[in-house]
Design a protein around this ligand. Structure first.
Ligand SMILES: [Zn+2]
Length: 308
């Protein structure tokens, strides 16, 4: 993520909002809404109960990844008061604020002087940001980060969260890493994730979850961030085929004291390096929408577990 690889030839207009809504949970959310609407509008009597039970069963079958209870009541609970039961089911992240920092930005490479200006990262001065890395085929890390963030944002909103993003397009420059931390801190988020992919030697494979080290500003979120890191690591291993890194950290996690996003955070936060863009096997995964959706689903599941 800190390698200064210049991005090449990317059509940024490809990032349409419709794609960002194309998440692994779109079907589940739609099913949930259809269930509620159908139950409310059905006529009285046995037909309504039968239809409600059927729709609830469909919703339960369609739900996935640990949040089924928010969308589908157990069939036994449907009964003759299905509308009231369905309406009362709370979303798992209702009232929660989640910060997402998609690392870098799609046009960072166009302004080296901006990127190189020095900012305080909690321990020392460092560059405002970098371009991020890219695959050998030219797929940029900035785009990967942004795609995963978009899928995750949609998933979080469906589960009732309010989402704070450090950038909302992939065709801009910045903000600097310290500003990204400030945006999320100011939102008083309950939890936050920094999304990256690495640019390591091509033989290296796998993901690493980076955790903060106490330095003053982040003192009160060290233990909680470690717990979040464990949740994300476990969810990655069960929710994707990406292995733990064979070149960085230990068994998928690593303490880092040189990153503004972790040094300056006042909310529980981790940074995930979801794979190595310079490794052909990892790159094939990182550039696929299917894997990007999986990473978003993993982060959603870890966040729900963390906030439970
Ligand atoms: Zn990065």
């Amino acid at each position: 993520m800190f390698h200064s690889t210049t991005s090449r030839g990317l059509t940024l207009a490809e990032i349409g909002h419709h794609r960002l809504r194309d998440s692994p949970f779109a079907g589940r959310g739609q099913t949930g809404r259809i269930t509620l609407a159908a139950v409310v509008l059905r006529p009285r009597g046995k037909a309504r109960v039968a239809v409600a039970a059927l729709l609830a069963a469909v919703a339960a079958a369609a739900a996935g990844c640990g949040t089924a209870s928010a969308y589908a009541d157990p069939p036994a609970a449907v009964g003759t008061r299905a509308p009231a039961v369905a309406a009362a089911a709370p979303l798992p992240l209702a009232g929660k604020i989640v910060g997402i920092d998609p690392g870098h930005n799609g046009r960072n490479h166009t302004d080296p002087s901006f990127l190189n200006h020095q900012v305080w990262n909690g321990r020392e001065q460092e560059d405002c940001d970098t371009t991020g890395t890219a695959t050998d085929g030219g797929y940029t890390e900035a785009l990967f980060n942004f795609q995963v963030a978009g899928y995750l944002r949609a998933d979080l909103i469906k589960d009732g969260a309010r989402v704070v993003m450090t950038r909302t397009t992939n065709d801009g420059i910045g903000p600097c890493v310290n500003q990204r931390a400030s945006i999320i801190n100011a939102s008083h988020a309950d939890v936050a994730v920094d999304i990256h992919a690495d640019g390591a030697p091509s033989w290296g494979r796998g993901f690493t979850v980076l955790e903060p080290v106490a330095d003053g500003p982040n003192d009160r979120v060290i233990a909680s961030s470690a717990r979040l890191a464990a949740d994300v690591r476990a969810a990655m291993l069960t929710g994707t085929a990406m292995p733990v890194s064979n070149y960085d950290g230990k068994d998928g996690t690593k303490l880092r004291d040189d990153l503004a996003g972790l040094n300056l955070t006042t909310v529980p936060k981790i940074l995930i390096e979801a794979g190595n863009m310079k490794n052909p096997a990892d790159a094939a995964m990182l550039t696929s929408a299917a894997f990007q959706r999986q990473v978003a689903a993993v982060l959603l599941r870890a966040i729900v577990m963390f906030l439970r």
